[in-house]
Design a protein around this ligand. Structure first.
Ligand code: 4NP
Length: 144
């Protein structure tokens, strides 16, 4: 089973959305899926209400007890793919891992996923996250 972690700045909006959408798409078949933050800013805080609302709207199950967690060196070691939700997340990941895991670090989609913390547009986030997760799952299946 491939191990994939989605990473954004706060781990309360985009990366948990990707985690739970991907779990729904994968149905436990191919992937071990988690999410993390590049920062410790939201440490322990729950999934953002905007993300929770969207997940409920589209009937995606999620763990409401999940708290934000910053990525660690052990995470870089454990996961096969470390996927930043935007370019600045990827830059931060490359810096945090200091050249040791460059080949595991990927951008979620060309252009990234704009941060709904600033845009307020969780519907747009959901569209981009769902399309990106479908593409990633196909990419992974093609390489099984
Ligand atoms: P996320 O959104 O990276 O998609 O979880 C953010 C959450 C919190 C903050 C920024 C972005 N913040 O500044 O605390």
């Amino acid at each position: 089973m491939k191990k994939i972690v989605f990473v954004c700045l706060g781990n309360i909006c985009r990366s948990p959305m990707a985690e739970f959408v991907m779990k729904e798409l994968d149905k436990g078949e191919y992937l071990h899926i988690e999410s993390r933050a590049t920062s410790s800013w939201e440490h322990g805080n729950p999934v953002h209400q905007g993300t929770q609302k969207i997940l409920r709207k589209y009937a995606i199950s999620f763990d409401s007890s999940k708290g934000s967690q910053q990525i660690s060196q052990a995470d870089f070691e454990f996961f096969d793919l470390v996927v930043g939700m935007d370019e600045s997340n990827v830059e931060d990941l490359l810096q945090i891992s200091a050249g040791r895991y460059d080949d595991k670090i990927k951008l979620f989609r060309p252009g990234g996923v704009p941060d709904p913390w600033y845009t307020g547009d969780f519907e747009e986030t959901y569209k981009l996250v769902t399309a990106g997760c479908r593409d990633w799952l196909q990419w992974i299946k093609d390489r099984q």
